[in-house]
Design a protein around this ligand. Structure first.
Ligand SMILES: Nc1ncnc2c1ncn2[C@@H]1O[C@H](COP(=O)(O)OP(=O)(O)OP(=O)(O)O)[C@@H](O)[C@H]1O
Ligand SMILES: [Mg+2]
Length: 246
């Protein structure tokens, strides 16, 4: 059984950064095999690992929906998609990366999507850990993952509006009946990290702590270098290491 960590939050709060830093933590602790999933259609998790996204699930869906004949004769659509998805898994340093992307152009992808859900569930079960970098908002998450989320990590910025958005996530997770073991909150890009824990963060939401604004992280973002290669002395990474996550 894999341990699934889903990262959510408002746009620009640092979901992709936190997903990449979490991945680095899991790798450096030698915790087991890891699949990182970029579930944001505006894919950029690959960039946080210093690589370019290759083939996406969106490309596969688009190709099959456009040309159903591409499924080889004698092969079920499910088997074919399984094979295609496997070939879209990209190897990075210490982890595998799957980029969801989105299919190009209008069209009905429901049929392919439905098969795909099963294929993805099967794929993720092969890993000890799965880190999912989500697009802002939880509705997408409920559509894409039917399975259990062991840890939902909401990233917020250190403002009143950020806290309000985090509370909304906590409520929404309940409303959408997501199966979540731990609902957690992390406040990112913080300049006052010794501040007390924020109050009233939402029903059942656990406060993990503050991640400081870190020039090394900001520089990696600007230069396009991998967050997996962050050297010691990254204040954000050190703060994440001290949290009870994995
Ligand atoms: N702790 C940090 N210290 C310094 N810069 C950070 C930190 N966390 C994130 N950033 C920077 O903030 C910007 C936004 O971060 P990121 O792309 O991870 O956010 P996001 O929530 O994934 O955004 P989007 O909603 O667009 O997907 C990036 O330039 C990133 O380098
Ligand atoms: Mg992002």
């Amino acid at each position: 059984m894999s341990y699934v960590l889903a990262v959510s939050g408002k746009g620009g709060t640092g979901k992709t950064t936190v997903s990449a830093l979490l991945s680095r933590l899991i790798i450096s602790r030698g915790k087991g095999s890891l699949l990182a999933v970029d579930a944001d259609p505006n894919d950029n998790l690959a960039a946080a690992f210093g690589v370019k996204a290759e083939r996406t699930i969106g490309d596969i869906i688009g190709a099959v929906a456009k040309n159903p004949e591409s499924v080889p004769k004698g092969m079920s659509k499910e088997r074919f998609l399984e094979y295609e998805v496997q070939s879209a898994v990209q190897e990075c340093e210490g982890l595998d990366l799957l980029t969801m992307g989105r299919p190009e152009g209008p069209g009905c992808y429901c049929y392919v999507n439905n098969i795909l859900r099963g294929v993805l569930t099967k794929l993720t079960a092969d890993y000890d850990f799965v880190v999912i970098d989500n697009e802002a908002g939880l509705e997408h998450l409920s559509r894409k993952t039917a399975g259990r989320i062991n840890l939902l990590l909401t990233v917020a910025d250190a403002t009143a509006a950020g806290m309000k958005a985090a509370r909304r996530v906590a409520c929404l997770a309940d409303e959408l009946s997501l199966k979540v073991d731990r609902k957690t909150l992390l406040v990112n890009k913080c300049r006052l990290c010794d501040a007390p824990a924020p109050e009233d963060i939402g029903p059942g939401m656990e406060f993990l702590g503050y991640l400081p604004f870190d020039m090394k992280v900001a520089e990696a973002g600007i230069n396009g270098t991998s967050l997996l290669d962050l050297r010691d002395g990254s204040a954000a990474l050190e703060a994440l290491e001290a949290m009870e996550i994995v």
